[in-house]
Ligand binder design. Structure first.
Ligand SMILES: *[C@@H]1O[C@H](CO)[C@@H](O)[C@H](O)[C@H]1NC(C)=O
Ligand SMILES: *[C@@H]1O[C@H](CO)[C@@H](O)[C@H](O)[C@H]1NC(C)=O
Ligand SMILES: *[C@@H]1O[C@H](CO)[C@@H](O)[C@H](O)[C@H]1NC(C)=O
Ligand SMILES: *[C@@H]1O[C@H](CO)[C@@H](O)[C@H](O)[C@H]1NC(C)=O
Ligand SMILES: *[C@@H]1O[C@H](CO)[C@@H](O)[C@H](O)[C@H]1NC(C)=O
Ligand SMILES: *[C@@H]1O[C@H](CO)[C@@H](O)[C@H](O)[C@H]1NC(C)=O
Length: 505
């Protein structure tokens, strides 16, 4: 014990700095400060009251944050309990300056400072490590898990997250602050239970972009042994509030967390009122920084959850001996990025499938399928052949080690940027085999000069032709490899991953 240390040193720079930089330090000494040596005066009496009351307050706060940090990662102590406990401490340890303590509490309440959710200083590089969303805080992650912020936690010094964030149009008009649970900002509404707060650089409608945004929560949940589903979701895009996610994404989250996601829009909070969360997890970096193992585990959990949700038993299509079956699916689109001559493409793949014993071809149109129909198609597919597009997001639902064949219309290689590789990445993150892509060299010409950014809008909606020779050779090669691989599997894959036993670490 460090007896000789100075009495509580207090450094609460509330006026010059936002609360996130506020430092509150004090000695861990169990001895009360020795004040006897100081000559008595009115001034020192005041100082005494100030020091004692501050010490009491800080002791209370440190106990509260200790309480909370101890209980992590399990659910927090109920705040009411913390309040009761704090009251007891106050009643038994402070003999006198309750008024001064109360005034300190009031001052801490006033010290809570709201900062814009979207920090325009980082507008040039919002997608980089340091996002413009809650820019003052750095992510944490452990053991290759998802990068996230947790409130309250050690790194938030026991403080909870508070938001004034209901603007749908400009993220710099939405605000966040950190506060201790017992000194919440005035008129704040405390929302109990676990809240997921997500940052999305694109949108929640496109299922690929949506999946990358909710995915780190799934990984976090898995890392917490799936103990506790979220009570609510708060969705932001560039700091702007979003009221909903796409139905596909919503179903995926329902399947994973056991109930439909409740998306909070703060409509029951009075205008300009703030909301604080008993327990909140914020993610801003999609799957960034996660290790391969953690990625695969989280996709395993998603796959298992959706199959269970859609009541797919281990005998999905009644195949007695799946080792000898190769299920090839052409997953078609309509409109932009559909095949120019679909029946010709089907014919080619049918012909190659017929040459391989046990191969069965299915042609499905993603637009016609309900969520569970999509899950069912994916669960019964070993080789997925599909144009580049959001429908490919479903690929992680296939058994692991399944194959993906992708097709692009003209112009993508040059104009579509790094985003055109997302299904290659998704295949690898979810344990699939991306068997390459075919790029159509023919097609509609861009009417603008070469290199014009508007060309991409033209190519984006282009149709995809076919090359009979190439498609035949490619299909033959992939089907041959799959046949070899499945024959080598000691146990059918589905037996290794029975629906209903979704593993949580
Ligand atoms: C966040 O990380 C950066 C770079 O590692 C560091 O300079 C900065 O001080 C950190 N900020 C906080 C609030 O921890
Ligand atoms: C809190 O709410 C009351 C009543 O709605 C209002 O009069 C008061 O100004 C609010 N205080 C703050 C700090 O917003
Ligand atoms: C799955 O089965 C349960 C129980 O039979 C049923 O309540 C539920 O609606 C089914 N779900 C789907 C997606 O069919
Ligand atoms: C599509 O391909 C089939 C088979 O190769 C062919 O018979 C048909 O004429 C083609 N249709 C069009 C519109 O080109
Ligand atoms: C996938 O294939 C690899 C290599 O062929 C094999 O080691 C692994 O066990 C397979 N994974 C599953 C889940 O079947
Ligand atoms: C079609 O594919 C074959 C085999 O890859 C290739 O040799 C041929 O040049 C392609 N035809 C066209 C028109 O691109």
């Amino acid at each position: 014990m460090d007896r000789a240390s100075s009495p509580c040193s207090v450094d609460i720079r509330t006026t010059s700095l936002p609360p996130i930089y506020t430092t509150v330090s004090h000695s861990k000494s169990s001895q009360p400060p020795r004040l006897a040596a100081i000559p008595f005066s009115i001034y020192t009496a005041k100082l005494f009251v100030y020091v004692v009351s501050t010490c009491v307050l800080l002791f209370v706060l440190s106990q509260i944050s200790l309480l909370q940090s101890r209980s992590i990662p399990s659910p927090q102590w109920p705040l009411s309990l913390v309040h009761q406990w704090q009251k007891i401490i106050l009643d038994t340890t402070s003999d006198g300056p309750l008024d001064a303590t109360a005034s300190k509490v009031e001052r801490l309440r006033d010290a809570v400072t709201f900062l814009p959710l979207k920090d325009l200083r980082f507008a040039e590089r919002p997608a980089e490590g340091h996002t413009w969303f809650i820019s003052s805080l750095n992510d944490t992650s452990t053991g290759g898990g998802p990068q996230h912020l947790r409130f309250p936690s050690d790194s938030s010094k026991g403080r909870v997250l508070c938001l004034k964030g209901r603007d749908f149009h400009d993220g710099s008009w939405n605000y966040y602050a950190l506060a201790w649970p017992d000194t919440l900002p005035r008129n704040a509404t405390l929302m109990s239970g676990l809240t997921f707060v997500s940052y999305n650089h694109y949108d929640y409608d496109n299922i690929w972009h949506g999946l990358s945004t909710v995915y780190p929560f799934v990984a976090w949940h898995h890392g917490e042994s799936c103990r506790r589903p979220p009570e609510r979701w708060v969705l932001y895009h560039w700091g702007e509030l979003r009221p909903e996610m796409s139905p596909w994404l919503s179903k995926l989250m329902e399947a994973t967390f056991g109930k439909p996601p409740s998306v909070e829009v703060f409509d029951k909070i009075m205008e300009d009122g703030s909301v604080c969360f008993e327990d909140a997890v914020v993610t801003r970096h999609n799957e960034g920084g996660m290790s391969m193992e953690r990625r695969i585990e989280a996709y395993d959990l998603l796959r298992c959850s959706v199959r269970r949700y859609c009541n797919l038993s281990s005998e999905v299509d009644g195949d007695a001996n799946e080792v000898n079956t190769i299920r090839l699916t052409l997953f078609m689109r309509r409109g932009g990025r559909s095949f120019r001559n679909e029946s010709a493409v089907v014919e080619i793949f049918q012909r190659e499938c017929d040459k391989v014993g046990g191969c069965r071809l299915k042609v499905a149109h993603s637009n016609d399928l309900s969520f569970c129909d999509q899950v069912k198609v994916m669960s019964t597919t070993d080789v997925l052949a599909s144009p580049h597009g959001a429908q490919l997001t479903n690929l992680f639902i296939m058994d692991r080690n399944s194959s993906v064949m992708e097709f692009y219309p003209k112009g993508w290689l040059r104009h579509a940027g790094v985003g055109q590789y997302v299904y290659q990445w998704l295949s690898s993150w979810s344990g699939m085999r991306h068997e390459g892509a075919w790029r159509d060299l023919a097609g509609e010409e861009c009417p603008y000069p070469e290199g014009n950014f508007r060309c991409f809008d033209v190519y984006k909606n282009g149709l995809i032709g076919h090359n009979e020779t190439h498609f035949s050779e490619w299909a033959r090669k992939v089907l041959g490899e799959v046949k070899l691989r499945k024959a080598g599997d000691a146990v059918p894959k589905r037996m290794q991953d029975p629906a209903g036993a979704c593993a949580c670490s």
